[in-house]
Design a protein. Structure first.
Length: 103
């Protein structure tokens, strides 16, 4: 039992700094947003606007299939030139109404 407890301690969720520490910029990946479905249409447009303003969007956000009746998922290819731009975009997206997580 003690071994399992030690393994669980090591599985702490990494901070944003820990995740981005080893990245080489520019970085390109698929950004995913989990949101309340009721906010979906307005959120898609707002996400597109935010990423476009930052010059980070490579495509229009699209809805991904979701098994939940309450939550939806959006995805979009993005490219960030530097860490500051990445952090600013994540903060702005996380502040949008209905957003539950940004991955």
């Amino acid at each position: 039992m003690k071994e399992i407890d030690k393994m669980e301690e090591k599985r702490a969720i990494p901070t944003m700094t820990e995740v981005t520490e080893g990245l080489e910029y520019p970085v390109e990946f698929e950004l995913r947003v989990i949101h309340v479905l009721a906010e979906g249409p307005a959120l898609t447009a707002e996400l597109a606007r935010l990423l476009s303003e930052r010059g980070a969007s490579l495509e229009t956000p699209r809805a991904l299939p979701s098994s939940s009746a309450k939550y939806g998922r959006l995805a979009c290819r993005v490219r960030f030139e530097d860490k500051d731009g990445l952090y600013a975009a994540y903060a702005a997206i996380g502040g949008l109404p209905g957003v539950k997580a940004v991955l």
